[in-house]
Design a protein around this ligand. Structure first.
Ligand code: COS
Length: 381
């Protein structure tokens, strides 16, 4: 990487710098992987990241121990994204899928974390539905109490790791109240009868993704994470932690685009001189570097604030995600432009970054939703 000076910022401790160094070395020998079979690639990546110990940062220690360290999560996502978007995806979804257990799980539920942290089980976060993506409180999926069980019926879609996950963290309406106050969350093992993969979904930067159906899917009452009716707040708390890490992944893509562009500007001759001698190109590179640093400041401000014990980082996380993903899109677009034909050639690094970045402005709360969240926080505060 051209510029690692951000690691000296006061947001970080020596353990973070050591982690970044170890992961960088690991990435050099393990990434990128072949993306032709994304299911197999993700399974292998989860296993490899677990074996190397990096997944131990994705969830809390099941037997007790500190809270999630958001700076570590962000540094890992940024570093993996710089080398391979699928590796970032594999790491990130282990954290998001088990986030509710890390934050609110019982001792028994935390047992799953031994396996997800070791890379022996894959997890997924099942929140979105065909009619409620941004409007979570409008979800239709139902979980009805029946004796010592809940029976889940409904549909979830755009579920990352859908099809390869071993456990799903599923949000459903339990009816304590209308809207946001009547939702609960359940841990559902993938082999639970009644849970089916209805459709696999293909996207421009392929990764395992599916629509799921639940028909009379019975889980024990002990599968509920947190209390009845707390599901919406649990989902928001999980997103408060993980949204800034989406910004971190975007930052990793943007840094890679900047590195590729600097290399191009130094080595490509145009009009008898290196491309980088053109002031127009220098202007683009300056804009890209500024966007990268500003995004990094917002991402690590959010992560640091959470790690320092702030009960809520809703505003900081939303700002980090919104800014870092939107600016990374611009940085990568400039990289494509400066690479000319090579920028759109299938299989080139900047072409893959161009596809990888787009979904980050949509998932875990679209840019427009982040603006709503920021405005409410600023006005309400
Ligand atoms: N942490 C804890 N509690 C939160 C919270 C947070 N970050 N955000 C909201 N809440 C609480 C509110 O305080 C409110 O509590 P009370 O009922 O006690 O007053 C409750 O949750 C409802 O909040 P709100 O009224 O803001 O809910 P809305 O239905 O207006 O939803 C948005 C707000 C749009 C922000 C929310 O639905 C959202 O984040 N949508 C995007 C979802 C998303 O990221 N989807 C992607 C899925 S994962 S790939």
């Amino acid at each position: 990487m051209a510029d690692g000076s951000f690691l000296e910022w006061p947001f970080f401790e020596d353990r973070h710098r050591a982690l970044a160094g170890q992961l960088e070395e690991w990435c050099k020998t393990h990434l990128p992987v072949d993306h032709s079979d994304v299911d197999a690639a993700c399974r292998d990546l989860v296993m490899a990241l677990g074996k190397a110990g990096f997944l131990s940062h994705s969830a809390i220690e099941p037997d007790g121990g500190g809270p999630l360290d958001v700076r570590s999560l962000a540094l890992i996502r940024e570093t993996l994204a710089r080398h391979d978007g699928l590796a970032d995806f594999a790491f990130a979804m282990q954290g998001l899928g088990t986030g509710a257990i890390s934050l609110f799980g019982t001792d028994e539920q935390r047992g799953w974390l031994r396996r997800t942290r070791a890379g022996e089980a894959i997890s997924a976060f099942a929140l979105s539905e065909p009619k409620s993506g941004s409007d979570v409180a409008n979800m239709e999926m139902i979980a009805e109490r029946d004796g010592d069980s809940y029976v889940l019926s409904g549909e979830k879609t755009w579920i990352s790791n859908g099809g390869i996950a071993d456990l799903y963290c599923v949000f459903a309406r339990t009816g304590e109240a209308p809207g946001a106050r009547g939702i609960s969350v359940f841990l559902v093992a993938a082999d639970t009868p009644g849970l089916a993969i209805a459709e696999r979904l293909e996207v421009i930067a392929p990764h395992p993704l599916a629509r799921l159906t639940f028909r009379d899917c019975r889980v024990p009452a002990s599968a509920m994470i947190g209390k009845p009716g707390e599901g919406f707040k649990i989902a928001m708390s999980v997103l408060d932690v993980f949204r800034s890490t989406v910004g971190a992944a975007a930052l990793g893509f943007a840094r890679r685009a900047l590195d590729e562009t600097i290399h191009r500007a130094r080595n490509r001759e145009l009009f008898g001189a290196p491309l980088g001698d053109l002031q127009m190109v220098q202007g683009h590179i300056a804009d890209m570097a500024l966007d990268v640093d500003a995004a990094a400041l917002l991402v690590y401000r959010a992560a640091w604030t959470k790690d320092m014990g702030a009960p809520r980082v809703t505003r900081e996380a939303a700002m980090a995600k919104l800014y870092a993903t939107d600016r990374a899109q611009q940085v990568i677009d400039k990289a494509v432009q400066i690479h000319g034909g090579d920028g759109v050639r299938k299989g080139s690094i900047v072409e893959s970054l161009y596809r990888e970045i787009r979904a980050l402005r949509i998932y875990e709360g679209a840019s427009d939703v982040q603006k709503v969240v920021i405005a409410r926080q600023v006005m309400g505060g």
